[in-house]
Design a protein around this ligand. Sequence first.
Ligand SMILES: [Zn+2]
Length: 547
Amino acid sequence: MTPDLIFHNAVLYFPGTAPFNGKHPAGPGTLPPVTALAVTGSRITALGDDKTLMAMAGPDTRVLDLDRKLVLPGFIDTHFHFYEWAVNLSSIDFAKTRDFAGMETAIREKAALLGPGHWILGQGFNESDWPENRMPDRLDLDRAAPDNPVCIWRCDLHLAVANSMALSLAGIHTATPDPSDGVIVRDGTGIPTGVLKEMAPNLIRNVVPPLTFDQLLDNMEKAMAKAHAMGLTGIHDIRLMGGEEGAVALRAWQALHAAGRLVLRCHVTLPGEMTRQAVALGLCTGFGDDLLRIGHLKFFSDGGMGARTAWMTEPYLDAAYGMPLTPIKEIEQAVVQADAAGLSCMVHAVGDRAVHEVLSVFAKVEALNQSACRIPHRIEHAQMILPQDLDTLGRLKNLAVSCQPNNMSLDISMIDQCAGARGRFAYNFKNILNTGVPTMFSSDAPVADPNPFSGIFSAVTRKRMNHTPETGWFPDQCLTVDQAVQGYTATPAAASGMGEITGSLAVGNRADLIVTDRNIFTVDPKEIPETRVILTLFNGKVVYDRP
Ligand SMILES: [Zn+2]
């Protein structure tokens, strides 16, 4: 069949300049040097030299001379809270806010725009990088917007701050008990300060009027377009615990799919609390089609380091050991049940103690040898990992890890402050990769900016976005660009059972690919975050064409 599209004079990326997780299927250096690629329908149908492929062109073939531009497989972000990110498109983004004044100005402007009484929501603030170096409280927010309910989430989503009106609408008073799995922070006299930890912000979430279903679909469509502009063609959509948005989000994906509006490959997780029901229904990980699939069951073993709720083997420099969230025994029982039923599990584990306990669970489950899972289980974050646990990680056969380079750049100051020299166990991308475990990257958006080029920059340089510290933070853990790119493409595709559908420029795979304005393998790494996508193809169709 005549190709619909031919790229020629291109630089095509194949994992193999560095071995693919230590074991490239074809062996390094065996792939032919190819400069042209053909797309027919939704698939990549030929790779080769310019002359051979140009000869395939018919009268209706679109032929593009890429002028030696780089072509990469579309990126897959393996930990993405897409519903929250889409909903957040209508709220304040504090990712670039640098101090209290900036935060208050943004809230004041939103209040002026919306008028009194309307909810103002925001996310992404990171006070640990602000000069004031203290947590905002209700009084700061009252000053900015006394006549609107305001609630803003910290970048790690484990903590939120509400103003007085929001607290009162949510019924949070001096006498309100802490919810289970959450903390209402109070001052010396017992009055809530506005700071809400872990599940406590759900008290606020519950009283914020939700978007209508149609508004949600529109927001999700806008969010998909935003993702294409960053080079994303696939995500693993992760549900938060305790909310009801899981069902709404899955319905929304299905509605978009039915209407032909789904233009991302989605691997959608299910809440771990629903294990019994999911097993009873006979759902298995991987159920669905090439666009929309049931993914992993998601569990939480601990919290986050920013809120000092990640569970540690040694105390924080400024707090105790953090805490387990769902009891490990409970997680173990659920994982055993799910594993035998073909439902793969992912467990959020941030602190080194949590990672240790979760690895023990997966080791026990593997020893039972009852698995019906074709898709590996996962540890999410593995933010702190001790050397002895790396050994366990390397021994497990049916496990993958999803790490967040973008978050590392956000967390450098915070980890220096709360863990000091133990920071050397944090974000150990190279050690983790060297165990041979499939190592996938992700942003945890909206926790961090989902732009994969920022993530590649972080993994390669271990610097903040402002290029500090100059020599990188624990630089022995720096990756090569090739390793980082694999973590956003071939590895997540393979570790979610999609390796023959997406994640690499291979004949027969769907044409999910991007063209970039510079070659990230040859530019100075400090330029990588500036990389712009020129063209994004999803399923063979152009979904983003840079104006
Ligand atoms: Zn997350």
